[in-house]
Design a protein around this ligand. Structure first.
Ligand code: G3I
Length: 373
């Protein structure tokens, strides 16, 4: 079909305006890590293929935009210590080398966690065997990377929602002092690395109180703890900014650093209105629960941008208390939230889209700093 002149103009205008939907960073803007370099580290979680630098474009983006990294999976005990007498450092060596090559703050995740646990560890029944396991596990791994891994999640997710200690193989076999033991072992293996307790839903008052008491107990027992990691698996409205602020204030009042360690904002409906990260919860997918399979509507894109902007504004207000803000993944396609709590959905929780293009949320976080200049 031959286009008439008016039709040709209309088609051209439509084509140009649809291109503007691809959010391009303004030429003059710095990258996000540069924008926040005086405030706190801006981190991301790396998948195995990102650690192995399978795609040079993705490696370039990671090193340009982020100055801190966390291994999303490969340093969990099922990978690093798969059998009682066998450690496997193939991937964690690559991970640390990646961070050093790109001059990044390198975080270790995680030493003691009930999930993605090496199966043999789950069989431990008595306190002596648990103490032996923790001594060997923590001492070997932390010593190996002494002076190279800048901070560790020593214990991950030890609390229930009501603030009590979660039933786990560690608690069952050793008792509540497994936390003190873990932090003391880590400090002995590398006295200079920063040691964190990391958990989700710490903005909830009861769980936060449980964490505060737990940290006070560690301090009373003479264990070194340098910081708390609030994971930050949040949604468009919850937790409130007040709850986030209270969390920053309560933890920093203990004399420790606050890090936001796994930040992502789900835009999808929750089957139980649950905010958090209990990986055991799953539910069947259906259309109602997966409303944006192709593209995120502009209105939601803007809500996401506004939510990120408000959160980073609060982070800036408390920058003296915050050590690091880490996004849980580089781009939307990589996010665990596409498969949790329902498998196979299309979620949009991060700052870069599936094509690694910066989203409106990215621009809003960046503009916040530009506005301050
Ligand atoms: O590697 C296998 C692959 O071989 C297989 O084909 C595929 C099929 O499902 O599964 C792959 O393993 C998955 C693994 O991620 C690597 O992608 C597991 O099923 C999946 O359960 C696992 O999920 C991870 C989750 O921790 C497990 O607990 C997520 O990637 C990771 O983002 C998530 O991270 C946790 C933090 O460590 C702690 N805080 C909560 C956070 C979110 O759950």
């Amino acid at each position: 079909m031959k286009l008439t002149k008016p039709l040709f103009i209309l088609v051209t205008v439509l084509a140009i305006s649809s291109c503007t939907k691809i959010y391009k960073k303004p030429e003059t803007a710095v990258t996000i890590k540069e924008a926040y370099k005086e405030n706190f580290y801006i981190g991301t979680a790396l998948s195995q293929s990102q650690i192995e630098e399978k795609d040079p474009m993705v490696t370039a983006l990671i090193s340009k935009e982020f100055n801190s990294i966390t291994p999303e999976n490969i340093m969990k005990s099922m990978f690093t210590h798969p059998e009682q007498d066998r450690f496997d450092f193939k991937l964690s060596d690559k991970y640390v080398a990646f961070g050093e090559k790109h001059n990044m703050f390198i975080h270790g995740h995680t030493l003691i966690w009930h999930s993605q646990l090496a199966p043999w560890m789950a069989q431990i029944k008595d306190s002596t065997a648990m103490a032996d396991m923790m001594t060997n596990h923590i001492t070997t791994i932390v010593s190996k990377y002494k002076g190279r891994i800048n901070s560790w999640d020593v214990v991950n997710e030890a609390l229930n929602e009501d603030g009590t200690l979660r039933k786990s193989v560690f608690l069952n076999s050793y008792g509540k002092d497994f936390l003190t033991l873990a932090f003391k072992l880590a400090a002995k293996a590398d006295p200079k690395t920063d040691l964190y307790y990391n958990d989700y839903n710490l903005c909830n008052a009861k769980k936060r109180k449980g964490a505060v008491d737990m940290i006070k107990n560690l301090q009373k027992n003479g264990a070194k703890i340098d910081g708390v990691g609030e994971q930050g698996h949040w949604n468009l409205t919850s937790p409130s900014l007040d709850e986030i602020e209270q969390t920053i204030l309560d933890f920093s009042a203990l004399g420790i650093k606050v890090a936001f360690t796994e930040l992502d904002i789900t835009v999808l409906p929750s089957p139980w209105d649950v905010v958090g990260a209990d990986v055991n919860q799953k539910s069947e997918a259906n259309e109602k629960m997966n409303p944006y399979p192709k593209v995120l509507p502009d209105s939601v894109q803007q809500q996401l941008a506004a939510r990120y902007e408000a959160i980073f504004k609060l982070f800036l207000k408390h920058q003296d208390k915050i050590s690091r803000v880490t996004l849980w993944g580089v781009n939307d396609g990589q996010s665990w939230l596409n498969d949790w709590p329902i498998r196979g959905r299309t979620n949009y929780p991060l700052l870069f889209d599936r094509e690694f293009k910066p989203k409106e949320a990215y621009t809003s976080v960046l503009k916040l700093k530009e506005a301050k200049k």
